[in-house]
Design a protein around this ligand. Structure first.
Ligand code: ZN
Length: 263
């Protein structure tokens, strides 16, 4: 156990797979929707997808290979990834196809800035998510819960399972910022509790061992590269359109290429 605990500090895929194998032997790993009033013992493996659908899908496949299903909570209010982008949308559908539960990760400060009814925003996002995956969405989780100033208005909704509701959250450990918190990981590994929730952020785990700052750098570089590619394609299209307009302009004397190019 001590060696596993030490290995988990590397945040390597290899260590994560070992953790999954360890947990699978000792706990009944189920998704949030599968918990009933009669469930006396379980482990909920939760993933808040804060930064990358690609990283989430990679983790989902590792879990699937071991016959493990977990709960992935994805965000619409996010500037790091866009669920509606083609590759991300495919990854989302693949996550669902692999048998994992899909829930909504909501960002209250962003909702509040919109100046609309908060519940309406949440329900709109849930309805869209349900359409995208073709399944009912039951579970919800707030983003950055430790930084919320007031009470979460969605904490006790009858219609949805909030992952922070006390019945799921008694024995909880998270890998946030690569520091196992608030319980020491060894308590979980020692099978000390009957009802456990483990939060794992997919983007924090890597194939080779590297520092957190390197993980963030890689992630931001990936995002920047994808955006650069998108902008490049958009500019090419714009240029192409401008050229065609120039030809039309010559015929109709409407625009000049240089005029269009300015915009
Ligand atoms: Zn989050």
């Amino acid at each position: 156990m001590l060696s596993l605990e030490k290995e988990l500090k590397t945040f390597k895929f290899e260590a994560y797979i070992k953790l999954l194998k360890w947990l699978k032997k000792r706990y009944r790993i189920i998704t949030f929707s599968e918990v009933t009033d009669k469930s006396s013992s379980f482990l909920l493996l939760r993933h808040d997808v804060d930064a990358s659908m690609k990283a989430a899908l990679k983790m989902a496949r590792m879990e699937r290979r071991l016959g493990i299903r977990s709960t992935y909570l994805v965000m619409f209010s996010n500037k790091l990834y866009n669920i509606m982008e083609k590759d991300n949308l495919e990854a989302l559908k693949d996550l669902a196809k692999l048998g994992h539960e899909i829930g909504l990760h909501y960002d209250l400060p962003t909702y509040e800035k919109r100046g609309r009814d908060l519940r309406e925003i949440l329900e709109t996002e849930i309805a869209l998510l349900e359409r995208l995956i073709g399944k009912k969405v039951n579970s919800i989780a707030p983003h950055n819960v430790s930084t919320l100033t007031g009470e979460d208005p969605f904490k006790n909704m009858a219609e949805y399972i909030n992952v922070y509701s006390p019945r799921f959250h008694q024995n909880y450990v998270s890998d946030s910022c690569r520091a196992w918190y608030p319980r020491p990981l060894r308590e979980l590994l020692a099978f000390k509790y009957e009802k456990v929730q483990v939060l794992v952020h997919p983007f924090l785990w890597t194939r080779d061992e590297c520092e957190l700052k390197d993980v963030l750098e890689m992630l931001l570089r990936d995002i920047a590269d994808e955006n650069k590619l998108y902008v490049q394609r958009w500019l090419e299209l714009l240029d192409d359109t401008a050229k065609r307009r120039l030809e039309d302009g010559k015929k109709n004397d409407i625009h000049s290429y240089s005029q269009i190019k300015k915009y």
